[in-house]
Ligand binder design. Structure first.
Ligand code: GLC
Length: 492
């Protein structure tokens, strides 16, 4: 079947290589490439933050003055553009709103992101590039579906434009006072966000997006189910349940060009499914680099994470010392987070020299060395919408040990001794004893080299690449367009 190419506008607050606070930026860096490769016409819009240097990224000003409706008047944006990996990226520039040191967490975030979103829409008109679907990400862009279904519903340029809203983490909702609706110019009367909510003095932009988007998705099938329950719904579960027929889960991919031990210039030796020797070289190199005892036989456990309880670091904290003492394992931790964990890891590093390495930083190059050189990757997150590190670890033959939640549950299959299947170790309850037993299970299997090797190889062979994810997104874009057309007719 010949597929009609779609025009897809991706709107987001961050994208690698320009700006990154979390996994969202990786998704926006990778998904458009995969959509282009599948033959679709895709462009990305993001804010031009102060540090995105025009010379470094070859930004060209394509619209010196774009009029953007805001509140009851207009303000002006400048639009700049560049191309990365074949994907056009448009930047909304505005000195007061975006020329700052950070991306968000400012008092005027409501105004800044409403302005950004409206500029993203208006620039398509100015450039005569009419999108079939607008793919919005997280609260920053969630006002767009609201506009498309209300004030822009009969706008000739946008009336056939569908919307897809992707929720990367339901915990971040963009909660503001009612003033944000005046800034955005949308009516408030048409909307009750949650049944029986005590928070009706506020506006939740993400909730508005969920209410109005043609289709909604999260970044794993399990997370899409979990957020329907009050436990994980962050006050939006009732609304999500009311829209469950429009809610999907699509796993993110990882960028196979960046994360591939066969062609990774950051690591000490390359290796692959068919030629695994290099992995031992990478382990020795990592041990040397971090001042650990160089010994191929000592199990090397790794963590790359924010060091917080949400990521389950308290569970690691509770049990790790006995593994260092009794089992003599090595531990490498890279990341930043709660001060008490910085102190604790610094102390462990001093008490277990040659055995513990702590790097209080996030260093992309070191991350590659860790993924390649470690034996196991510990990721006991309490909540994980998708998670990316566990997929990268598997790609590098580093066996993940994870809590069964969200994307961790969907990407790691627990080792089954009887059938000799699985790609890692999974535990059900986020409790220290469960983590302890699971690491014990892993350490026991580690001594059985041939079986361990098969476990590694199954992980390395898993397909978590973006082309696979893009197929699902293309399906969702088509569903969004179909739903949009039907709803439009119905309300005509
Ligand atoms: C958020 C989630 C993470 C996910 C990422 C990209 O950061 O917490 O699980 O991988 O978004 O979708």
């Amino acid at each position: 079947m010949i597929q009609h190419p779609l025009r897809i506008l991706i709107v987001a607050a961050e994208m690698v290589p320009f700006a990154k606070t979390g996994g969202l930026a990786d998704v926006i860096g990778a998904l458009p490439k995969a959509l282009r490769a599948a033959g679709h016409d895709v462009c990305v819009v993001m804010p031009r933050y102060g540090w995105i240097a025009p010379e470094r990224f070859d930004l060209q000003t394509i619209l010196p003055a774009l009029a953007v409706p805001i509140e009851e008047g207009y303000d002006q944006a400048m639009v700049q553009a560049t191309v990365v990996a074949d994907v056009p990226v448009w930047f909304v520039a505005h000195d007061t709103y975006f020329n700052r040191d950070g991306m968000s967490m400012y008092d005027d975030d409501d105004r800044r992101f409403v302005f950004f979103c409206r500029a993203a829409l208006e620039l398509t008109r100015a450039l005569d590039w009419q999108p079939d679907v607008i793919h919005c990400h997280d609260w920053h862009t969630a006002i767009i579906p609201n506009w498309l279904r209300t004030v822009l519903r009969d706008d000739t340029w946008f009336m056939h434009t569908a919307s897809l809203l992707t929720i990367h983490n339901l915990a971040f909702q963009g909660v503001f006072g009612h003033r944000v609706l005046e800034i955005a110019g949308v009516p408030q009367v048409d909307f009750e966000i949650t049944e029986g909510s005590a928070r009706n003095d506020t506006v939740t932009l993400l909730g508005r997006g969920i209410y109005y988007a043609d289709i909604i998705n999260t970044v794993s099938p399990s997370y899409a189910r979990e957020i329907l329950s009050p436990d994980a719904g962050h006050g939006l579960d009732a609304l999500l349940r009311s829209r469950r027929d429009r809610l999907y889960g699509v796993l993110n991919g990882i960028d196979g060009d960046v994360y591939n031990p066969a062609h990774d210039h950051n690591i000490a030796a390359s290796y692959s499914l068919y030629q695994l020797e290099g992995k031992a070289t990478c382990k020795a190199a990592l041990q040397t680099m971090l001042g650990l005892q160089v010994d191929a036989k000592i199990p090397l456990l790794s963590v790359i994470s924010r060091l917080t309880n949400l990521k389950g670091f308290d569970l690691i904290d509770e049990i790790i010392e006995s593994f260092l003492r009794i089992h003599g394992v090595q531990l490498v931790v890279m990341g930043t987070g709660q001060q008490r964990y910085h102190d604790r890891l610094t102390e462990l590093q001093a008490r277990f020299p040659g055995q513990v390495a702590f790097r209080l930083t996030f260093d992309e190059e070191l991350a590659h060395h860790i993924y390649a050189g470690a034996d196991m990757f510990v990721m006991p997150s309490r909540v994980e919408p998708c998670g990316i590190s566990q997929m990268i670890a598997m790609r590098y033959g580093t066996v993940p040990i994870v809590h069964a939640t969200g994307g961790l549950r969907d990407t790691v299959r627990d080792y089954q001794p009887i059938t000799n299947d699985g790609t890692g170790f999974v535990f059900a309850e986020p409790q220290a004893t469960a983590l302890r037993q699971t690491i014990e299970r892993a350490l026991t299997l580690y001594t059985d080299a041939p079986v361990w090797l098969q476990l590694m190889l199954r992980g390395m062979a898993s397909d978590f690449t973006w082309p696979a994810a893009a197929v699902h997104y293309i399906d969702l874009y088509q569903r969004a367009m179909a739903a949009h057309a039907t709803d439009y007719e119905r309300n005509a």
